[in-house]
Design a protein around this ligand. Structure first.
Ligand SMILES: [Zn+2]
Length: 248
């Protein structure tokens, strides 16, 4: 038998093994180890669940899977830029600085890297859905956070609302709203007032879903206006909805 791998070395290979991308005697050693090590076996199982969920996006993911994925994505959910992510060539082994990362997130990266080769567009959609899902999870947990302030922005007549959750660290979410969808070429834009100045907190698009934004302690009012497509430097009209942040 070839040189036996240490337990650490086997663990490093689990994510790649789950993708059937480990060859030869190493694959045999990993397989033999899985038969006697429940912990590593369950890690491989969860890597495969992630891979299966990605391969069959559209069908329901296993219970709790999105929670784990969301937990593995660094908050506040940075853009996962697949265009910069090199595909993982078959047989390439994660070594060196990559080694410690071979948890669910790294396995997911490997899965995504593999899929990029085959199905660019599909992965774009899956990635967008995953990012959105992670964002929704983060928004839901912010909304459930007792220390977060729930600030509801309203139109003057009260008919239109946009509910936000503002966390202590300033990371905030537009949780839900009934803003009517805008026509092509128009966008909602979020503003924070600092004294008499209005600072753009984000361009939300014509039909916003859950979005994250950041407020600092100086922001007293949050408002949403309707603007030209790319957004504006200054709010160009009266807010569609607005609300006041309680004093910290
Ligand atoms: Zn093990």
């Amino acid at each position: 038998m070839a040189r036996g791998m240490t337990h650490d070395e086997i663990q490093e290979l689990l994510g790649v093994f789950a993708l059937d991308a480990v060859d030869g005697s190493e694959a045999a050693q990993v397989a033999a180890h899985l038969a006697v090590c429940p912990r590593c076996a369950s890690e491989v199982t969860s890597h495969r669940e992630v891979a299966a969920a990605l391969a069959h996006a559209g069908s329901p993911a296993p219970e709790g899977l999105w929670d784990r994925i969301a937990g593995a994505i660094v908050e506040p959910a940075p853009a996962l830029d697949l265009s910069r992510m090199a595909p993982l060539p078959r047989r390439q082994r994660a070594r060196g600085p990559m080694v410690g990362l071979l948890g669910a997130a790294a396995a997911m990266t490997a899965v995504l890297g593999t899929l990029v080769v085959r199905q660019d567009q599909r992965v774009d959609r899956i990635t967008a859905a995953m990012k959105q899902r992670a964002l929704e999870q983060a928004a839901a947990s912010a909304n459930a956070d007792e220390k977060a302030q729930r600030v509801t922005l309203r139109s003057d007549d009260g008919a239109i609302f946009a509910q936000t959750a503002v966390q202590e660290n300033g990371t905030s979410y537009l949780v839900r709203h009934n803003l009517p969808a805008l026509e092509e070429g128009r966008t909602y834009q979020l503003w924070g007032s600092v004294g008499t100045r209005n600072v753009s907190l984000g361009v939300l698009g014509q039909n916003p879903s859950v979005v994250s934004f950041n407020v600092n302690g100086a922001v007293t009012t949050v408002a949403i206006t309707e603007e030209e497509g790319g957004g504006s430097v200054f709010p160009s009209g009266r807010p569609v909805v607005h609300g006041f942040l309680p004093d910290a």
